[in-house]
Write a protein that binds this ligand. Structure first.
Ligand code: SF4
Ligand code: SF4
Length: 444
């Protein structure tokens, strides 16, 4: 079993074993066993779909808290662009930046500015690798993880450009360390996250060996601290750093608008992403150069650690992007200058993006073939209702669990009924059989 950190966890005492989450999981990573959900760590991509689904609040996102800032001499907040869409009473991004400083951060560096940097790097990346199409954005770690688990053939298509969060972190660290003379390890950089996938990306980075972000705090966890500070004076200074395009990354299609390319495609919602990647994997998607794929509905504004309705947040985000339009040209010029200065490699994904063998039925080929044939035999005997009563999401998943020894055939209620009917028939036969003492008398 994989030991990689996962930010999505189960609160066992709250789980009612209702099986709702097992059907929504895009990698079929959840089962219900003995009345409780169980997550298969090798398959889980931390997309947070089960967090969104569970009405009993049994699925949670493990993240950092403001307490963790105390471990550092100097702290930097990296607010995701989606944060700005969550606070209905904010006068604009600058008031939110001001409030982040009020609640304990020494400095704030917009991830929307990181998005401007990544936009510039992606343009250059596309020019450098014209032969490989489509290129798939690497900005959403849940999607990259989905590719690692389910579509390893597509890994070479993932853009080798770090996410806006990492780009902002690297720049903020380098600038603060140079300006203040503080050792790098005494600077604490915290991402204000809309999702579980980013928490995992911070604590268990995708390709890189080193994480440039020290922690991630959920938007939902600090919403109360921020909303109570809105309308309390704020600031008249311009404190945000990103362009309107950088802020726009919070919404689905925002990255594409920033890139300004033709032959591109945006998809949001993990199940839509799954369907689209299947088409790409099968070679059925021709003529597309770049794919923006976001796990959450409406984009990061719909992340599982946000508080606002995703569609309300999306509309608010469009207004915010328009409001910061005046500063955009300067922000984009600064981002370009930074990429020139540091070089594209500084913002490239470090290390290999390796496949994760979470879905293989068995690592040994011959055994896998034998198990597949047994799986098909079992599946043919199951009712095909995909009801989930067995604790597996589909009849196929149940057959696989039986073959792998994780479940019993009679966990299926229909198979159980068949087995009980057989036992009942046997009992009936036995009941009709004469007792040996009577048989002897009749024989005489
Ligand atoms: S949705 Fe999943 S985690 Fe939530 S109560 Fe149902 S089985 Fe348990
Ligand atoms: S779409 Fe955005 S919020 Fe949702 S998992 Fe991906 S990066 Fe996180």
């Amino acid at each position: 079993m994989e030991s990689r950190f996962h930010s999505v966890a189960l609160l066992e005492e709250k789980c009612k074993g209702c099986t709702n989450c097992i059907k929504r999981c895009p990698t079929e990573a959840i089962r219900v066993r003995e009345g409780k959900a169980v997550i298969n760590a090798a398959r889980c991509i931390d997309c947070g779909e089960c967090v969104r689904t569970c009405e009993n609040h049994a699925k949670i996102i493990i993240a950092n808290s403001l307490e963790d800032l105390r471990q550092y001499d100097y702290t930097i907040a990296l607010p995701a662009p989606a944060l700005y869409s969550q606070l209905e009473r904010a006068s604009g991004p600058d008031e939110i930046v001001w409030a982040l400083q009020e609640i304990g951060f020494d400095e704030v560096c917009d991830v929307s500015f990181g998005a401007d940097i990544v936009t510039e790097c992606t343009r250059r990346h596309l020019k450098s690798f014209p032969e490989l199409r489509p290129v798939i954005s690497g900005a959403c770690p849940a999607v990259v993880r989905l590719i690692q688990v389910r579509f390893p053939n597509l890994l070479p298509h993932v853009a080798r450009v770090e996410s806006p969060m990492y780009a902002a972190a690297r720049v903020a660290r380098a600038e603060a360390s140079g300006r203040l003379g503080i050792p790098d390890e005494r600077i604490g950089v915290f991402f204000i996250t809309p999702c579980a996938a980013k928490v995992t990306a911070v604590l268990a980075p995708l390709g890189s060996q080193k994480s440039y972000v020290n922690g991630a705090i959920s938007i939902s966890d600090i919403y109360g601290d921020l909303i109570t500070r809105m309308g309390r004076g704020g600031t008249a200074r311009t404190m945000h750093r990103g362009s309107s395009f950088g802020f726009g990354w919070a919404n689905s299609s925002g990255e594409l608008k920033a890139l300004g390319l033709n032959n591109v495609l945006a998809v949001d919602g993990i199940h839509n992403v799954l369907d689209l990647l299947e088409e790409v994997d099968d070679g059925r998607l021709a003529g597309v150069d770049y794919i923006e794929a976001l796990a959450c509905p409406a984009g990061c504004v719909g992340g599982p650690a946000t508080v606002e309705n995703p569609f309300v947040a999306r509309a608010r985000m469009i207004k915010i992007s328009e409001a910061v339009e005046a500063d955009s040209a300067q922000a984009r010029a600064e981002a370009k200058q930074i990429v020139d200065e540091y070089g594209e490699d500084f913002f490239a994904i470090e290390g290999e993006l390796a496949a994760v063998a979470g879905l293989a039925i068995d690592p040994r080929l011959e055994v896998a073939i034998a198990k597949m044939s047994e799986l098909e035999r079992l599946l043919a005997e199951l009712p095909g209702l995909d009801c989930g009563a067995c604790g597996s999401p589909t009849c196929r998943a149940h057959a696989e669990d039986v073959v792998c020894g994780y479940a019993s055939e009679v966990d299926c209620v229909f198979k159980l009924r068949e087995a009980m009917e057989e036992v009942a028939e046997e009992l009936l036969k036995l009941a009709k059989t004469d007792l040996p003492s009577l048989q002897r008398r009749n024989d005489r």
